[in-house]
Design a protein around this ligand. Structure first.
Ligand SMILES: [Zn+2]
Length: 230
């Protein structure tokens, strides 16, 4: 008995169509943007780094320091890799060899909007992490004060910034959106770290760069050589 399903011309066209659709679907799946958290080199940097991470410096790490950072995806916000990155960034910025008041993820080779900074405006000056940090508004008034940066040793320079800002971010504990108004020197730290997320460094905002002998002396023990696997 003949198989009418196979031999019917109409059904052959239906089958051909189905095969074409299946082929197209496979192609689309293959070319769909990856939702894997921290793809490629970023995962490598997070997992292979010691607690004290390599801190990127200009000019040798200009690619990562000059690329605007992306918001963390929902997959990245939920990933254990983010917790590992946060822990290592905090250890690094507080380490005596760095001793900073803030650090942004591009400074450890990751172009994602993750920042740690010291809230000098709060009692006990606690360290706080801010995910997907954005500045909503800045005050119109400005003040000019010296700044330095872990990625520009051993320089300093006078930078004009707003003394208060409103920031939005994802709270790392609740993973909920949050908003805060910051005043004083801490507002300056927020702007400095936010600049890093935009691929900007404070040297872009000053014409008064100078070598700080104190800085050079304080951090002479730290070598800025990249790990071989980096
Ligand atoms: Zn900096």
């Amino acid at each position: 008995m003949k198989n009418s399903i196979i031999e019917s011309p109409k059904n052959q066209w239906v089958m051909l169509g189905a095969l074409l659709i299946a082929g197209l679907a496979t192609l689309l799946i293959k070319h769909k943007p990856s939702t894997e958290p921290f793809p490629g080199q970023e995962t490598r940097i997070i997992t292979a780094s010691d607690s004290l991470m390599y801190v990127t410096v200009l000019p040798q790490d200009s690619t990562v320091l000059r690329t605007p950072s992306a918001d963390l995806t929902p997959e990245e916000l939920a990933s254990p890799l983010l917790k590992e990155l946060m822990a290592k960034m905090l250890y690094t910025v507080k380490h005596p060899s760095q001793d900073g008041v803030g650090i942004a993820a591009p400074q450890v080779g990751i172009d994602k909007r993750v920042v740690w900074l010291q809230r000098l405006d709060l009692e006990g000056e606690p360290w706080r992490c801010y995910l997907n940090l954005h500045i909503e508004t800045m005050s119109d008034s400005t003040e000019t004060l010296p700044e330095g940066c872990l990625s520009l040793p051993p320089m300093r320079g006078e930078v004009t910034r707003s003394p208060s800002v409103i920031v939005t971010y994802i709270d790392p504990d609740t993973l909920l959106p949050a908003r805060d108004t910051i005043h004083g020197y801490t507002a300056r730290i927020f702007q400095h770290e936010h600049d890093h997320l935009e691929g900007i460094v404070y040297a872009d905002r000053t014409d008064s760069l100078y070598i700080s002998q104190d800085w050079a002396a304080e951090r002479s023990a730290f070598t800025y050589s990249r790990p071989t696997w980096w």
